[in-house]
Write a protein that binds this ligand. Structure first.
Ligand code: PLP
Length: 430
């Protein structure tokens, strides 16, 4: 299709994420993707391909068109692309569930294979609420989280997103009313703040009788503001939740599979949650699948309840194609020295973004694992910043006051240099 015609149809009919209808900003038309590059149907700023600095929103950790992942999908396609999961099962899903149990903290034993990150969070919340109903404590039905988080766009996850500055402020009146703690102070290396610890302890103690669970994004708060927290706060949460009989949920949808330098962000603190949500990089970014893992305590509690089933079952649950590519993606990741690659990217991001701190209008520069963030002291001009990155041959998607990158782990040092140059250029332009 002629790219101009395609864009006309797109503007008229296609709703993009967080966009008005009809669209006001033309998206770049991607024709194909290979390695770390997106090939464009029509050049932007003289570039017909862009290095992807976003890993398709945290997901494409091995880049695009990886031969091993392509083959996994092809082989599975030859057997079966989909089959319902109610009353039927299959090897790709069973292997995946067993593998996830093996690589996540030991108490997590049971896996629900849903079809998106938001659903994984819905399921996590449902597990927690239903557990307390099943064991005879139905008053425990609220969630506590700290401000500044992001857990998805469906209604229950929206209720634990940042209530003010966040993306779902519009819905304040109709969402379940949750308990919000302040966000932990300081960055990744900050020492535990005593006053903050007391605030968290007081809030959890005060609400313990009505709290089903605490839910947080461990170590890195993603779409809510790309902020890093000390792992010490995860240990504190574990301690407080144990003391007050509240479940602990880690949403690792963005952080899972090595992004922060540990396989899971929980590993920074050596803490195990009661429930863990995974998504995004689970399938190497190939297909939509997410997982919610829980302990035997929760599964047994639900299964002994008055309604002894977890009442959730999406049509595409456990999809064999997605499970097959997830298995291949995990094997690919763990079959190599992935920590060396993530460390290499971290080093490259630190070196390449250090100068950005002196760009006028830059408030903060922070790097953790394969995540680099430049925070401005003003809202970013998205169009100008995106175009400045494209002129450097790089795809970035700034938002709010943030220009950030989380490149595929296969990005080589030359392309990494392009990405950091593009972040600096976007910061100067935005
Ligand atoms: N939780 C976190 C931490 C996320 O970053 C996201 C997506 O950005 C979600 C949940 C929602 O996932 P999905 O977009 O697949 O529904």
């Amino acid at each position: 299709m002629d790219p101009r015609h395609l864009l006309d149809l797109d503007r008229a009919h296609v709703w993009h994420p967080y966009a008005p209808m009809p669209g006001t900003v033309d998206p770049y038309v991607v024709e194909s993707a290979s390695g770390v590059r997106l090939r464009l149907a029509q050049p932007v700023a003289g570039r017909d391909e862009l290095v992807d600095g976003m890993s398709s929103w945290w997901a494409a950790i091995h880049g695009y068109g990886h031969p091993v992942l392509d083959e996994a999908v092809r082989a599975q396609l030859g057997r079966m692309s989909h089959v319902m999961f109610g009353g039927l099962t299959h090897e790709p899903a069973v292997r995946l569930a067993a593998r996830l149990v093996e690589i996540t903290p030991e108490p997590l034993q049971h896996v629900f294979l849903g079809d998106s990150g938001s659903v994984a969070v819905e399921v996590a919340m449902k597990m927690c609420l239903q557990y307390w109903v099943s064991v005879g404590r139905p008053a425990k039905r609220r969630l506590l989280t700290w401000r500044g988080g992001y857990h998805g766009d469906t209604f229950h996850p929206m209720s634990v997103c940042d209530p003010e500055g966040g993306m779902h402020a519009l819905w304040g009146g109709v969402l379940p009313h949750q308990v919000f703690a302040e966000e932990p102070p300081g960055g990744y290396d900050a020492p535990l703040d005593g006053a903050y610890a007391a605030h968290l302890a007081e809030l959890i103690e005060r609400h313990a009788g009505e709290l089903a669970a605490v839910i947080v994004e461990p170590v890195v708060q993603g779409a809510g503001g790309m902020r890093f927290h000390s792992p010490a706060y995860l240990r504190l949460l574990r301690e407080l939740c144990d003391r007050h009989d509240v479940l602990l949920v880690f949403d690792e949808i963005a952080t899972g599979f090595g992004r922060t330098g540990e396989l899971f962000a929980a590993d920074h603190a050596r803490v195990s949650p009661d429930v863990m949500c995974l998504g995004k990089a689970l399938t190497g970014g190939y297909l939509t699948m997410a997982a919610t893992l829980c302990t035997s305590r929760i599964a047994d509690g639900i299964s002994r309840g008055e309604v002894p089933v977890l009442a959730h079952g999406p049509t595409f649950m456990g999809n064999p194609l997605a499970a097959a590519v997830a298995n291949a993606s995990i094997d690919l990741l763990l079959g190599q020295d992935w920590q060396v690659e993530v460390k290499r990217i971290e080093t490259g991001l630190r070196a390449g973004l250090a100068d950005a701190a002196s760009v006028p209008g830059v408030h903060d520069v922070r790097v953790l694992g394969a995540i680099g963030v430049v925070q401005l002291d003003h809202p970013v001009d998205m169009r100008a910043a995106t175009a400045a990155a494209a002129a450097e041959g790089v795809w970035l998607r700034p938002f709010r006051d943030l220009i950030y990158t989380m490149p595929p782990y296969v990005t080589d040092d030359t392309d990494l240099g392009r990405i950091t140059a593009a972040v600096r250029a976007a910061a100067a332009a935005g």
